[in-house]
Design a binder for this molecule. Structure first.
Ligand code: WQD
Length: 336
């Protein structure tokens, strides 16, 4: 059995990926500082899969801790999720983002090299496409950063490319996520951001649970079918399954490649509201307000490359995403 080190493995996407990897008979070791998650998520992962994971608490910038992990475990590959990911926060605190996201990655790659572990899946983001050059976005589209968070992803993609050029033994998969939403069908793991959510679906869920009075829709004067922003929402379980396919790929061959993980379909904010209301039989009050700075009108993926090279495509529907997101919020409200 192969062992995968999952950095940020108790986070939203990391935890769902650990479940799918365990289901696929990998051993899992997690390092997480719980800056955006909780230790009990590891228990939930084990409860869902009835399998064990090894959990180390700490930050990936900690060379000593990472060295200890590689000494105590035969790590065959790494999936690197750990990093700060709030666009707005990154604009306010750029140094914190550059220090944490880039420093941690450099430390990880150095310790991997020292232990002759040269297989990595990196959690990147569609945000590296900046203002979309064309739609749907394919992996050859122009890259640019529109905020420090996106810049860290772009810089790390460049670091990985230079690393591969320096040593062709590396196997590197760079995954560019579109808009991950939803939760595991068990309702035991999902997206539970602290405070007032920045992202659309967790915000709608809080309105549904009457924790927030109404949804503010950031503009309805975009050049889109109903004027509201269009995005490519992908079920977090589909996204997790894309990581399993990527791990298979990096064990097959060395090289570096980039993959969009999306559905290829764009849905507007009003599409989300209407679908959430119908699938959960609940009213979501909203009001149209000014556009949010930095938003683009529309962004959705071309998924051909992931389909051809990873033999992966998203299968879960928008209804599945929004039903599972609401279910999860009700399970955690009951304190499970
Ligand atoms: C989606 C749509 C908003 C909230 C961000 C990051 C991206 C990635 C995913 C990390 C837009 C509208 C939102 C609200 C609204 N994160 N909206 N009212 O901005 O596409 O992507 O999260 O990798 O890097 O940029 O996602 O969910 O914030 O917004 O009207 O209260 O919903 O304008 O059209 P976004 P989002």
């Amino acid at each position: 059995m192969k062992t995968i080190l999952v950095t940020g493995g108790t986070g939203f996407i990391g935890s769902h990926t650990c479940v799918e990897l365990l289901n696929d008979n990998y051993n899992i070791v997690i390092i997480d500082d719980f800056s955006n998650s909780k230790p009990e998520v590891a228990e939930k992962i084990m409860k869902i899969t009835n399998k064990k994971v090894k959990l180390y608490e700490g930050n990936v910038c900690d060379t000593e801790l990472l060295t200890k992990i590689f000494k105590e475990n035969q790590i065959d590959a790494v999936i690197h999720f750990a990093g700060y990911k709030a666009v707005g926060e990154s604009v306010a605190k750029p140094l914190m983002y550059y220090r944490n996201n880039i420093d941690s990655t450099l430390t990880l790659l150095e310790v991997m090299s020292d232990n002759n572990c040269k297989k990595i899946v990196f959690s990147s983001s569609a945000t590296v496409y900046g203002n979309p050059e064309r739609l749907p976005l394919d992996e050859s589209c122009h890259l640019s950063a529109t905020n420090p968070y996106g810049a860290t992803k772009l810089y790390i993609e460049g670091i990985l490319k230079d690393l591969y050029i320096s040593d062709n033994e590396w196997s590197i998969a760079v995954l560019r996520y579109f808009n991950p939403v939803g939760a595991h069908e068990s309702g035991l793991i999902g997206e539970n951001p602290n405070g007032i959510p920045n992202n659309l679906v967790p915000y709608i869920v809080k309105v549904a649970n009457k924790e927030l009075p109404e949804l503010n829709i950031f503009g309805n004067d975009y050049n889109t079918p109903d004027g509201t922003g269009v995005r490519d929402y992908i079920h977090v379980v589909d996204l997790a399954r894309g990581h399993v396919k990527s791990v298979e790929k990096i064990f097959e061959e060395s090289g570096i490649d980039y993959y969009n993980l999306g559905t290829g379909k764009g849905y507007s904010v009003l599409d989300l509201v209407k679908t959430f209301e119908s699938v959960n039989n609940i009213k979501i009050p909203y009001k149209i307000v000014a556009r949010r700075k930095g938003d683009v009108a529309a962004c959705f993926a071309s998924t051909n490359h992931a389909k051809e090279k990873l033999n992966w495509e998203a299968t879960l529907t928008l209804e599945d995403m929004l039903r599972s997101a609401y279910l999860y919020s009700k399970v955690i409200k009951k304190g499970y």
